[in-house]
Design a protein around this ligand. Structure first.
Ligand SMILES: NC(=O)c1ccc[n+]([C@@H]2O[C@H](COP(=O)([O-])OP(=O)(O)OC[C@H]3O[C@@H](n4cnc5c(N)ncnc54)[C@H](OP(=O)(O)O)[C@@H]3O)[C@@H](O)[C@H]2O)c1
Length: 273
């Protein structure tokens, strides 16, 4: 074998190794769960119970299911008792976890002391502030909104006040135990000024800012507080029976990323806000 042959073979081997390594790296992006398996117990290590607001339908229901599959007992909250009971039975039957139902209407005043009583002495590890209302799907100028005064109160009560009050209820327990995860469901609409949906968009900016501020204040206590931007899914599709499986997978992939990020935060103590 002369020198040229040796050189060409070495070059060939180097090229194969280089692209082999690149391919391997690429599969890490394609199959993250294979490369970075996570402990199934991350969420339950935060505490025994997860509380999910607005959990009788849509994203909240999918979150409740996914957290129960991760070993947590769940408190689900919304206005409609029958729907909550059905979801509680479905979750209980499929995961074997305990599900507690709290019926409440976040549009009303003074509901939180009753909720506080019902959550008393529970070891709450995860809170998902999911409930949120879009006053009107049809875009319109602020003053053209139907029943504007009522709408303003309702959006503030449901999207703003509820989140702040629920954080108020669970944070002391988390602080005492030195751990916990609060997920506040935001929306892409909060990222830029959004005329014609001004009130809703502004309420979601509140979600972002409160999450960031609280994360800064409570990071030293071992509590993770995240605002999560969700994709826009048309509501009629969101509730369609045939889409429930896709919605579950979407939320599960969100939860996977959330778990990965939270794990990294705990491991590296890098409290990125
Ligand atoms: N859908 C989207 O495309 C999208 C995009 C970005 C962000 N988000 C955000 O994601 C969250 C969930 O959205 P979603 O589309 O899943 O909502 P959804 O399907 O309309 O579900 C809302 C849930 O909240 C409950 N709820 C509504 N009003 C309530 C009230 N006043 N008091 C107590 N419970 C109430 C509903 O049950 P009852 O009717 O039985 O009370 C239901 O369980 C919201 O914060 C929303 O802003 C949604």
């Amino acid at each position: 074998m002369d020198l040229i042959e040796c050189f060409l073979i070495s070059l060939g081997v180097a090229v194969v190794l280089y692209y082999g390594a690149k391919l391997l790296l690429f599969t890490r992006i394609l199959f993250p769960k294979l490369w970075f398996p996570l402990s199934k117990s991350f969420f339950s290590s935060m505490g025994e119970w997860a509380v999910v607001t607005g959990a009788s339908e849509g994203i909240g229901r999918a979150y409740a299911f996914a957290l129960a599959e991760r070993g947590m007992n769940i408190v689900i909250m919304s206005r409609t008792k029958e729907r909550l009971d059905t979801v509680a039975k479905e979750i209980g039957d499929s995961t074997g976890r305990t599900v507690k139902v709290i019926t409440t209407d976040f549009l009303k005043e003074n509901v939180f002391s009753k909720i506080e009583d019902q959550l008393k002495d529970m070891n709450i590890g995860v809170l998902v502030n999911n409930v949120g209302m879009l006053p009107d799907v049809i875009p319109c100028k602020y003053l053209d909104s139907k029943e504007l005064d009522k709408t303003v109160t309702e959006v503030i009560n449901c999207n703003v006040k509820t989140m702040a009050k629920m954080c108020r209820l669970v944070l002391p327990g988390m602080e005492k135990r030195g751990k916990g995860l609060i997920v506040n469901i935001s929306s892409g609409i909060a990222s830029i000024p959004f005329p014609m949906y001004s009130l809703y968009a502004a309420s979601k900016v509140f979600v972002e800012r409160l999450s960031q501020g609280l994360q800064s204040e409570y990071k030293e206590k071992g509590i993770i507080i995240q605002g999560w931007i969700l994709l826009c899914i048309p509501l009629h599709l969101l509730h369609a029976e045939f889409l429930q499986r896709s919605l579950q997978s979407y939320v599960k992939s969100k939860i996977y990323r959330q778990e990965k990020r939270s794990n990294a935060i705990y491991k590296n103590k890098s409290w990125r806000v």
